[in-house]
Design a protein around this ligand. Structure first.
Ligand SMILES: NC(=O)c1cc2c(N)ncc(C(N)=O)c2s1
Length: 326
């Protein structure tokens, strides 16, 4: 095997890695593939064959590294650099307006809010070091979570490397969001479980949690999990001034960010938007259990701070429980 072979292989492996990562991004993040599954599989087969021949050329962001390794005996614990907060709940319009009044008493009337859907899945924290996915952890108790990196790497909407240029790549960033199963994916999974004589999952949230907290990544890899990223944890090497900027940056990085996120500068619109989703949510392809309202300015978030348990700059509006069809 002469030096030329290895140099040629290295060039071709880099090309294939970038092409396949791009096509994963197109299919799983933008939901608009450019090639057929057969063409994608062909690229994957060529990459795996080349990496088999030249294992020293395998890199951590190679799409071949997504398919899980051996089952783990247990999950290691991970301490979040920045705690994962839990939100206070508002159950009606009055409680929403109380939140707004408390905010304006502290930062004044000129405040913008970002309003987002509250995805009914499992919270996750992804730590990228110099642009590479280093650790994925569950929320746990907010301070310490479980290391589920091998499982999260099987989720194709999670980039193994941030899709931004080096000058926009932070040394460290904790990207937070939700892993979820679509209503369709949940239904199909439960049909498979019933056929296999296994107990069905009660709801998509339990199914997502059960799929991520699997010790065997090959089982996780078979589950149609997806993600929406929506919050920032610890970050080093990049500055943001608003929450909306963080979400725009996440899109540049190649994360899935929910399309129904809106910015409002008056609270009546916030309330109307939240109420409008009480019925509309039934037409969504995934489950939500409410809305999340956040002060957009990160400076105002710092001024408002947090109570012992929850931020003063955000609140969850929970939809009233529905009568289950009997
Ligand atoms: N516990 C939390 O802080 C959050 C939980 C959730 C959730 N389940 N879905 C969406 C958001 C969001 N868009 O911010 C948040 S924030």
């Amino acid at each position: 095997m002469n030096l030329l072979d290895i140099k040629e292989a290295e060039k071709r492996i880099k090309e294939l890695r970038e092409q396949i990562n791009y096509h994963n991004y197109r299919y799983y993040v933008l939901d608009s593939p450019e090639i057929t599954d057969a063409e994608y599989d062909k690229l994957m087969r060529e990459l795996i064959a080349l990496e088999k021949k030249f294992p020293e050329l395998i890199t951590p962001d190679s799409p071949s590294q997504r398919v899980g390794g051996e089952p783990l005996p247990y999950f290691e614990r991970v301490t979040h650099r920045e705690p994962m907060i839990s939100l206070a709940d508002a159950f009606d319009e009055g409680e929403l307006r109380d939140f707004h009044r408390r905010v304006t008493e502290t930062v004044g009337d000129n405040v913008e809010y970002v309003v987002e859907l509250k995805i009914d899945g499992l919270a996750i924290s992804l730590t990228y070091e110099n642009g590479l996915l280093a650790t994925a952890a569950t929320r746990g108790d907010g301070i310490v979570g479980e290391n589920v990196t091998q499982n999260v790497k099987t989720i194709k909407s999670v980039p193994l490397r941030l899709r931004v240029p080096p000058e926009k790549t932070p040394a460290i960033i904790e990207v937070r969001g939700e892993v979820y199963l679509s209503k369709e994916g949940f239904k199909k999974l439960n049909e498979e479980r019933e056929e296999a004589g296994l107990a069905p999952f009660a709801n998509p949230r339990n199914a997502a949690a059960g799929s991520i907290r699997q010790l065997d990544p090959k089982i996780t890899a078979q589950r149609p999990l997806s993600t929406f990223m929506y919050a920032l944890g610890y970050v080093e090497g990049i500055e943001f001034t608003t929450h909306l900027e963080v979400l725009e940056y996440y899109k540049e990085c190649g994360f899935r960010v929910n399309e129904h996120i809106r910015l409002f500068n008056n609270f009546d619109d916030v309330v109307n938007y939240c109420m409008s989703w009480q019925e509309k949510r039934h037409s969504l392809p995934y489950e939500i259990d409410g809305m999340v309202i956040k002060v957009n300015s990160l400076e105002f978030q710092r001024i408002l701070g947090s109570t012992a348990k929850t931020p003063r700059w955000a609140i969850a509006y929970k939809f009233p429980a529905e009568q289950k069809e009997s």
